[in-house]
Structures are given as structure tokens and as C-alpha cells.
Write a protein that binds this ligand. Structure first.
Ligand SMILES: Cc1cc2nc3c(=O)[nH]c(=O)nc-3n(C[C@H](O)[C@H](O)[C@H](O)COP(=O)(O)O)c2cc1C
Length: 236
């Protein structure tokens, strides 16, 4: 039997997700999920990414990527994604369907403003999250606070997926990069790496929780119906 949950602000799956992951922000057993996108031919491609934040006003899930990876190209063609998120300690699987967008980062691009407008309307961003400034600030904050030096350096390396025969010797690659520097040479490296760093934003349209510790198992689904979310309790 389906029931409708009226939402003034927060979708009903938000407390369900937060209950499991809050307080575990630094633990990959809680932050890593498999994200499936569709390539240009419409074929599924899946890989793990790290959950970074759930935005407070619009309940958008944020992860990060290198603009030169396959994900941003996939999302330019198809916004539909699905995620499988397994939390082994509580024995819970979240399966989330959504619409995903790469947040534009190249402010010098002539279509930067119009692209941003399309992304924010696709995300149905609310409050200050409907403003470019929120995302620019969050990108900088995550670059500084959430990326390790090793991860920051990875954004300055040759394009991911390029044959090793076509790139510089890996032993010459920087192992680590600071978030900021006054040294002109290091600053150039940081600017180059940061130009490849992007936020990937996912607006969930369907959310399923499967609880395996309970006997019998419990499977609950929430589906976005516009103003409301439909809640269904189904056989596992
Ligand atoms: C535990 C784990 C976490 C990862 N986190 C991220 C991430 O947050 N963002 C990312 O772009 N790639 C991440 N990766 C690497 C991706 O799985 C993948 O190899 C890379 O993004 C290239 O995928 P693509 O070319 O399909 O975009 C992670 C891999 C693992 C195993």
C-alpha cells in the first residue's frame, strides 16, 4: 500500500540517510557508494565515489570529480543516474535514483551563466543554493578542507584514461599539492589542478532503503511526486 508524505521542506528520506551517515564523515565504509551513469551510447558505467555533503536547503547530494573523467561527459548526455550505497555495519543498502549535473567551474566560458542556470533549475535548487555563489564557495571549501594533498595533486596529472605511453613519466608527477601557495610555481600547479576539480550534484527522485538486520528484511521506497513523496513498504 502506498501512502503520500507531504513535504514542506525536507524529503522523508533525508532523516533516514542522515541517521546512518552523520558522524561518519571521515569513514569510507560510510561515504563510498557506487554511482552508475549512462555513456553516450546509453550503456551503464559504474564506479565508486565519495559522498561529500547533503545540501541543507535542497537535499542535493554532492560528490567531486575531475572534469576530464568520463562521468562529466556522460552527464552532459544523460542526467539520469543510480547509486547503490552499502553500509556494512548497520547492514543497510540505499538505492538512489536521481538527476545529476556537473556544476560548471570554468568561469571564463562564454556559456558559464546560462549553463549554471540550466543546472540550478535541473537541481530544483532552493534558497541560497539557487545562487551561483553558494556553489563557488562550496567548491573552494571542499578543495581546501575535504581534499587531501595527494588527491589535490591527482587533479594536476595527465588526463585520466590517457595511455601511459603518451604522458610524462609517473615518477615525475607531484605526489601532493597544498590548497594554496604564495610560491609562483606551486600556485601555477594549484591553479591548473583546481581548474579540473568539479562538484557533481545529484537530486534524488527515488530512494530505497533495504534493512538486512531485521527479520524479515525491511524494504521501504520513497518516490518524488512533485510536491509530495510517495512512501511504499514492499516485500524485500
Ligand atoms: C573508494 C573509492 C572512492 C572513490 N572516490 C571517487 C570520487 O569521489 N570521485 C571520483 O571522481 N572518483 C572516485 N574514485 C575513482 C572512481 O571509482 C573512478 O575510477 C574514476 O572516477 C574514473 O571514473 P570515470 O572515468 O567513469 O568517471 C573512487 C574510487 C574508489 C575505489
Amino acid at each position: 500500500m502506498a501512502s503520500t508524505v507531504r513535504v514542506s521542506q525536507t524529503p522523508p528520506w533525508v532523516p533516514v540517510l542522515k541517521k546512518q551517515i552523520d558522524g561518519h564523515e571521515k569513514d569510507q565504509d560510510y561515504t563510498a557508494y557506487a554511482l552508475a551513469t549512462l555513456d553516450k551510447e546509453g550503456l551503464p558505467k559504474v564506479r565508486y565515489v565519495i559522498h561529500r555533503i547533503l545540501t541543507p536547503a535542497s537535499s542535493i547530494l554532492i560528490t567531486t570529480t575531475d572534469t576530464r573523467m568520463a562521468k562529466p561527459a556522460h552527464l552532459a548526455a544523460h542526467h539520469t543516474v543510480e547509486m547503490a550505497w552499502w553500509l556494512s555495519e548497520p547492514a543497510i543498502q540505499f538505492r538512489i535514483t536521481g538527476q545529476a549535473y556537473t556544476i560548471p567551474s570554468d568561469e571564463s566560458a562564454s556559456d558559464y551563466d546560462s549553463k549554471f542556470g540550466d543546472v540550478l533549475s535541473g537541481l530544483k535548487a532552493k534558497g541560497d543554493e539557487a545562487e551561483k555563489g553558494y556553489w563557488q564557495k562550496e567548491r573552494k571549501r571542499l578543495w581546501t578542507e575535504a581534499m587531501s594533498g595527494h588527491l589535490r595533486a591527482s587533479f594536476g596529472r595527465p588526463p585520466p584514461g590517457t595511455s601511459l605511453s603518451e604522458v610524462s613519466d609517473p615518477s615525475t608527477w607531484d605526489e601532493s599539492l597544498p590548497a594554496e601557495s604564495d610560491d609562483p610555481e606551486t600556485k601555477k600547479k594549484i591553479d591548473n589542478a583546481y581548474s579540473h576539480f568539479a562538484l557533481l550534484a545529484i537530486r534524488p527522485t527515488g530512494f530505497e532503503q533495504l534493512e538486512l538486520k531485521a527479520t524479515p528484511n525491511i524494504r521501504t521506497q520513497w518516490t518524488d511526486k512533485g510536491e509530495d513523496w510517495e512512501e511504499r513498504h514492499v516485500a524485500p
